[in-house]
Design a protein around this ligand. Sequence first.
Ligand code: NAD
Length: 214
Amino acid sequence: MIRVAVAGAAGRMGQAVVAAVQGAEDMQLTGRADPALDTALADVLGDADVVVDFTRPDTALANALACLEAGVHVVIGTTGFDVEPLRQARGANVFVAPNFAISAVLMMRFAAEASRHMAKAEIVELHHDGKLDAPSGTAARTAQLMAGEVPIHSVRLPGLVAHQEVILGDVGQSLTIRQDSYARESFMPGVLLAVRRVGELEESPLIGLEHLLF
Ligand SMILES: NC(=O)c1ccc[n+]([C@@H]2O[C@H](COP(=O)([O-])OP(=O)(O)OC[C@H]3O[C@@H](n4cnc5c(N)ncnc54)[C@H](O)[C@@H]3O)[C@@H](O)[C@H]2O)c1
């Protein structure tokens, strides 16, 4: 059994992760850390093999460093923070994914390929209006994987979950690649895969679900 604690357990994503871990036969939920639950991350580290972090951009790095110091592997879904300091950190493994949905990973892959054959591209990313960071981690990662400069436009509206269009243009033609996460369950198979694999990574931090899928 993998003992899993969730940081940000009271949040939109954290609640979905708690349910997914409870539904996984090879995992045991050992802790739920969140200021909203009056439980600090430090209180749950002693009982965990892996922490899954879906918190805020301003706390994800400190949380990850606390996990590593305690020798606990960490799977990070939080976006909009600088991962560079984690390259120096040791103690346990770190896996980071800006997007845990398989359709989003495929969208990034197809966009990267298409950008090598089309003249220009722009990204429109659309998210719910509770999202703190802009541009989204997925859009930033997509642009990083694509050839050339790729401008990003951010839309924040109630009712949306997580959506992205990559629009590529060339003489007399265009190509649109669109990905939609309609529900937070879309991220859960990727999160559980990362929890199962984070302990055996050969490289840390490892960034991107594609490294576990392909
Ligand atoms: N990687 C992905 O696939 C993916 C998908 C969706 C969202 N996200 C990202 O996940 C993060 C969370 O999104 P959300 O919509 O669930 O946000 P949310 O605001 O609903 O939840 C965040 C939770 O973290 C808690 N929190 C704050 N500081 C904390 C700390 N120090 N320790 C523990 N918990 C703390 C808050 O109280 C809150 O309950 C965001 O960065 C978002 O961009 C990533």
